[in-house]
Design a protein around this ligand. Structure first.
Ligand SMILES: C[S@@+](CC[C@H](N)C(=O)[O-])C[C@H]1O[C@@H](n2cnc3c(N)ncnc32)[C@H](O)[C@@H]1O
Ligand code: SF4
Length: 396
């Protein structure tokens, strides 16, 4: 698909946004996952096809509403991210239709990064080729592990063999820019097994690796029935330290707490926008958005997480102006994830808050050895990264 159509740019204020699109279905709910998703039994039945088509049309109305709210601006989209749930349950033709319609409503930059999250169980050649045709240029594959026992313990519906086949399908059909989602800290996992998962991942030379520590989230099966054999702190620490060493040895840059990249150009633009506290439009059940208004106020939108209400046109669940104290915390919560010095100018530019207003927080962080600072920058120290939660508490 061709993006980057020309508009009459006179008299209009240009604004840059990322666009997040939530797809709320999975074939089976994983016991550790708290992302909003509903179980869908058979992705190919007629009634499911209808639901998906209706959902896609609702996404377009949902977007219209947000655009109406932002009406005085010319909206430039720098990245699009299909997240879920399992977006790969939506076939390539529908994705093409959706992107084509979005392209008529906003200015999708030619250079926009367009990612789709895909589960190995729903990756096939036909879809991958259609995704490519529709303009998707990055695929994020949810592998989690190459160990069949770990996959079973995580309640995944695919095997290690399926995972390998899925990666090969993505690569063989022309996607060079792909990410592999991998987890560590899986029940019963040893250091050796975690390292083995990393080595298997490296075999495919992914441009990007998201390496997450399994977290036990409220409202999940694992929270209710906590696995008894979760790796202990010492093992987790060894996995993290050794894993980082392996990734470094194989040329990966560690640019965010869980993100590793082969070259700077492959850093995930969409996520970078979140971590830099940029603005984004979020459409779909349970999606969040963030808009900075002309007066500097920041608005958070949350979309309805009740699919019936959503399908009936009740898209917006809440619309809130972010308080100054929350702006400070949210800014640092995101920025601290990136291993980069933080410009004091950026802080004021993005939050509208003068840096002097947080001088007490900075002094305390410096005194505790969590941070250094000079005239222009805030720099988190090694100790600060080690005790990131303690550092963040100072900014609450
Ligand atoms: C929203 S999921 C979408 C991917 C796709 N549905 C799949 O699972 O194949 C994105 C990623 O979040 C990570 N994730 C989800 N829940 C997690 C948890 N509790 N702890 C650590 N990582 C988690 C997984 O690595 C997953 O691939
Ligand atoms: S991890 Fe992925 S497949 Fe599993 S429930 Fe969450 S979104 Fe669905």
């Amino acid at each position: 698909m061709y993006f980057g159509q020309q508009y009459n740019l006179q008299c209009m204020q240009k604004k840059y946004y990322s666009l997040y699109i939530h797809i709320p279905w999975c074939l089976k709910k994983c016991p550790y996952c708290d992302f909003y998703s509903l179980r869908i039994s058979d992705s190919n039945s007629n009634s499911n096809k209808n639901i998906k088509k209706r959902y896609i049309n609702n996404l377009l109305f949902d977007l219209e509403n947000d655009l109406f709210f932002l009406k005085e601006k010319l909206i430039y989209i720098t990245s699009i991210f299909f997240g879920g749930g399992t977006p790969s349950l939506i076939n390539g033709k529908l994705i093409y239709y959706l992107l084509n319609e979005i392209n008529k409503k906003v200015y999708i930059k030619k250079s926009a990064e367009i990612t789709i999250e895909a589960n190995p169980s729903s990756i096939n050649k036909k879809n991958i080729l259609e995704y490519k045709k529709s303009g998707i240029n990055r695929i994020s594959i949810g592998i989690q592990s190459f160990n069949d026992i770990s996959l079973k313990l995580l309640g995944r519906i695919h095997s290690a063999k399926d995972a390998i086949n899925a990666i090969n399908t993505v690569v063989d059909n022309g996607f060079t820019n792909f990410n592999i989602d991998l987890m560590y800290g899986i029940p019963g996992q040893t250091l050796k097994e975690a390292k083995n998962d990393l080595y298997q991942t490296l075999f495919f030379h992914p441009k990007h690796i998201s390496w997450y520590q399994l977290t036990i989230e409220p409202n999940t099966i694992f929270y209710k029935y906590k696995p008894t054999n979760l790796p202990k702190y010492n093992t987790l620490w060894k996995i993290y330290k050794e894993g980082k060493k392996i990734l470094k040895k194989y040329g990966y840059i560690h640019y965010e707490i869980s993100s590793f990249v082969k070259k700077n150009i492959f850093k995930c633009k969409h996520n970078l926008n979140y971590w830099n506290f940029g603005d984004y439009i979020g459409i779909g059940c349970s999606a969040h958005g963030k808009f900075t208004m002309n007066d500097g106020s920041i608005i958070r939108t949350t979309k309805n997480n009740n699919i019936i209400k959503y399908m009936n046109g009740n898209y917006l669940f809440s619309y809130k102006k972010v308080k100054d104290c929350d702006k400070i915390l949210e800014f640092f919560l995101n920025r601290f994830r990136l291993f980069k010095k933080i410009s004091k100018k950026d802080f004021t530019l993005i939050t509208g808050i003068k840096i002097n207003s947080i001088s007490l927080h900075i002094t305390k962080s410096v005194k505790l050895g969590y941070m250094k600072h000079n005239k222009n920058y805030l720099i988190v120290t090694k100790k600060g990264y080690l005790f990131l939660n303690n550092l963040l508490e100072i900014f609450i």
